[in-house]
Design a protein around this ligand. Structure first.
Ligand code: DGJ
Length: 742
């Protein structure tokens, strides 16, 4: 790995064993040109011979010149209006109202490791030898401002992490109207654009389309990364599959409004950019201030979608998630939301906990409804005082009893919200986000607190601290159940209202950081009405996220399959729930519900006391099975095999790092009569290792399992009667447990 600089040509080559990223300073124009990003190229002193210029009718920067049209130069952080007409990566509005900037190369720095981003989540290194960083510093004389483009390359992870900083070194303020985290001009557009989209209860559905001239993209203007689009997109070659082919991934480490956009121009160049959504954004940068964008993580591979996902999984599991829970095995939990909703008291809870203890479950999570007068979703958010009618011994008493029974205790909060009937709102109506003299829209009967204000964060922190500090709390579920409307902060002047959305998210990060700093041993699971804030930003504070409020196993196949494009299994909150399922009314077998939930953080979300004795025995075995295989599920390499968006079947698998063990999940949504022969071709095994499959006779070489596959047909050679007695059902699933034969 290294970053090489050629002084005479001012070229930078960032590379590790598998990828290269090459940029240079354009002579005369002094801006950054992208020369190449892709599979590793042999390093050479200069890449000057790789010059792509074409004489085209256009405006040029300099009089008499034909080669200085920025419209025809592949750039890494373009501006608009100085011969480039495409959407820009940055726009600065000067005091005189001009939107033209001209940041020119000033200097650069190359150093080992990676700097932290102030107030923002980001990937990190534990040792400076893990990565190298290049900062290219450009300067606009008129604005008296620096633009710092930062690129980090990891040694053993094929990712380039980019962010941008803008400083104001002058005496006059200016406005940042747009500051993307990164932009790159790729030289062609022969790509399929894939992203994950959806809605509440059907998050992260995979969408694919061919790139074409014009603008295509994903975004959020909801104040959260949202259910609608995850802040992630990829470009793959048309023939790229899960196993092979080129992929470029782009993932934004941010939880607020974002934009991911690809503009294909008339010459087939694809301008890809990602960052804070410029709509509803305008940041006033006063003299001596600086603005830091979030980080965008770019992954390249020519080994297919699984390889891209595994790179994100490794980076996000080991160098984005933090704290003791990053590597520690997560507890099997039971959450009371779908078991009781708001209708519970101490005894009801304790009876679930006692049963959970018998079944081997490790953590009980008390969800919404334990505070104020909250017996439905119309009241009390913000009054984080225990409801003594439901819980006479408070959270302190209840958590103590839960621990005495032998489980850890977890608690739900929705820190960013307020209901009108609360002490908080009555005392501080100005703390709710609202536009003066305009209607205040409601979502789930609640308003949003203005987290751009430090005093609000302090107030909420103190209330949470009081509960956490006086009880035995091992886990927090941090929920967020509505989007922002009428964005405005009563604490900011008219000139700063464009900052509200970003300041809000910085406030969310600030509160999370305060809680982590004081309670580093607590495991936080983030949640936003399911997966509305399943993003890398939140993963920095909470190593797991509740993936969806849809707990139906068959629905979850799609949701978890899509989510796995970017996020590791250790981050995907998934539970076994009751039948008929509360979201879709479906009856799925108990083993299928667990077989899906194992591929995530695993837990239960049902009233364990309503299970029959036979079901309890099954649950006991499931819990035992998961505990035995926790580390494989949490840390193994995950492979997608059969895609539920394309067929009736889904399959995926995890393989241990040394390839000695693997667990394969196979799921069939609807039963097919007299079906075709069927095999699942596995991935990621060692071709030369001999594996046994639990419950099957014989041994199989890795190459047999990967090329010929696991044969799914039953062998009836000696017992044809079995054919007629075989159990057939919809929503069937099977797990295959592979162990290396020693
Ligand atoms: C939405 C979450 O996604 C659910 O799991 C549950 O916690 C409810 N909120 C509680 O209001």
């Amino acid at each position: 790995m290294g970053i090489k600089f050629n002084k005479s040509t001012r070229e930078f080559h960032l590379y590790n064993d598998n990828i290269s990223y090459i940029v240079r300073i354009i002579a005369g124009i002094e801006q950054v040109e992208n020369v190449y990003y892709g599979k590793r190229l042999t390093h050479r002193e200069s890449f000057k011979h790789i010059m792509e210029r074409e004489l085209r009718p256009s405006c040029n920067m300099f009089e008499g010149s034909h080669t200085t049209s920025l419209e025809h130069i592949k750039q890494d952080y373009p501006c608009y209006g100085t011969t480039d007409y495409r959407y820009p990566a940055h726009t600065i509005i000067s005091k005189n109202g001009s939107r033209i900037s001209n940041y020119r190369y000033l200097e650069h720095k190359i150093y080992g490791g990676k700097n932290k981003l102030k107030g923002l989540p980001a990937t990190y290194v534990e040792n400076n030898s893990e990565a190298e960083t290049l900062e290219i510093i450009l300067f606009d004389e008129l604005l008296n401002s620096k633009l710092i483009l930062s690129y980090t390359i990891y040694k053993d992870i094929d990712a380039i992490c980019r962010n941008t900083k803008i400083t104001n070194e002058g005496l006059n303020e200016f406005y940042i109207d747009n500051a993307m985290s990164m932009s790159i001009d790729l030289p062609d557009s022969n790509f399929e654009f894939i992203h994950t989209s959806g809605a509440w209860a059907r998050e992260c559905h995979l969408k694919s389309r061919k790139l074409t001239e014009g603008i295509q993209g994903i975004h959020s203007l909801r104040g959260a990364s949202s259910h609608i689009h995850n802040p992630f997109m990829l470009l793959k070659r048309p023939d790229t599959t899960e196993e092979k082919g080129e992929v470029y991934g782009f993932s934004l480490v941010y939880s607020g409004n974002f934009l991911g956009q690809i503009e294909v121009d008339s010459y087939g160049v694809s301008r890809v950019m990602m960052g804070i959504n410029p709509y509803e954004f305008k940041w006033k940068l006063d003299s001596k201030e600086e603005f830091q964008t979030p980080e965008c993580v770019m992954v390249y591979t020519d080994n297919g979608l699984n390889a891209m996902s595994q790179t994100y999984h490794k980076l996000y599991r080991t160098r984005l998630a933090r704290g003791i829970w990053r590597d520690k095995e997560r507890p099997v939990l039971v959450n009371n939301w779908e078991a009781t909703y708001f209708d519970f008291d101490e005894e009801k809870i304790l009876s679930i906990v006692r049963t959970a203890k018998d079944l081997g479950i490790e953590l009980f999570v008390l969800d919404d409804g334990w505070f104020g007068r909250r017996n439905d979703d119309t009241s009390s958010l913000g009054d984080w005082f225990v409801n003594k009618e439901k819980l006479p011994n408070g959270i302190a008493g209840l958590s103590k009893k839960v621990e005495e029974i032998g489980l850890k205790f977890g608690l739900w909060f929705e820190p960013e919200m307020v209901c009108k009937d609360t002490k908080l709102f009555k005392e501080h109506p100005e703390w709710a986000i609202q536009t003066p003299n305009r209607n205040m829209s409601h979502g789930r009967n609640q308003l949003i607190l203005d987290f751009s204000r430090d005093e609000v964060i302090e107030y909420v922190f103190n209330l949470m601290d009081d509960i956490i500090g006086n009880s035995k709390i091992s886990y927090i579920k941090w929920d967020m159940n509505r989007y922002i409307t009428e964005p405005y902060s009563l604490a900011l002047g008219a000139d700063r209202q464009g900052e509200v959305f970003h300041r809000y998210i910085l406030g969310v990060y600030k509160l999370a950081e305060k809680i982590i700093a004081k309670y580093p041993n607590i495991l936080i699971e983030s949640c936003a009405g399911g997966g509305a804030r399943f993003d890398p930003g939140m993963l920095y504070y909470a190593p797991q996220t509740w993936a969806s409020d849809d707990t139906d196993a068959i629905e979850r196949l799609k949701i978890q399959y899509g989510t796995s494009m970017i996020y590791p299994l250790s981050a995907i909150g998934s539970h076994v729930s009751a039948v008929p399922n509360h979201q879709v009314g479906r009856f799925t077998p108990l083993n299928t519900r667990a077989n899906v939930a194992y591929f995530g953080t695993f837990g239960y979300e049902l009233n364990l006391n309503t299970l029959s004795d036979e079901e309890k025995e099954i649950v006991k075995e499931q819990v035992e099975f998961f505990k035995k295989n926790k580390s494989l599920f949490q840390k193994g390499d995950f492979y997608r095999i059969l895609n539920p968006f394309e067929r009736n079947e889904t399959s995926w698998m995890v393989v241990s790092e040394d390839k000695s063990r693997a667990i394969v999940g196979y799921y069939q949504a609807l039963c097919i009569p007299n079906e075709k022969y069927n095999r699942i071709k596995l991935q990621g095994l060692d071709s030369n290792k001999l594996y046994s499959i639990e419950g099957r006779e014989g041994n199989y070489y890795g190459d047999e399992l990967m090329n010929l596959g696991i044969i799914l047909s039953k062998d009836y050679t000696d017992n044809s009667n079995e054919y007629w007695s075989r159990k057939r059902e919809d929503f069937m699933s099977q797990l295959f447990l592979l162990n290396e034969c020693k």
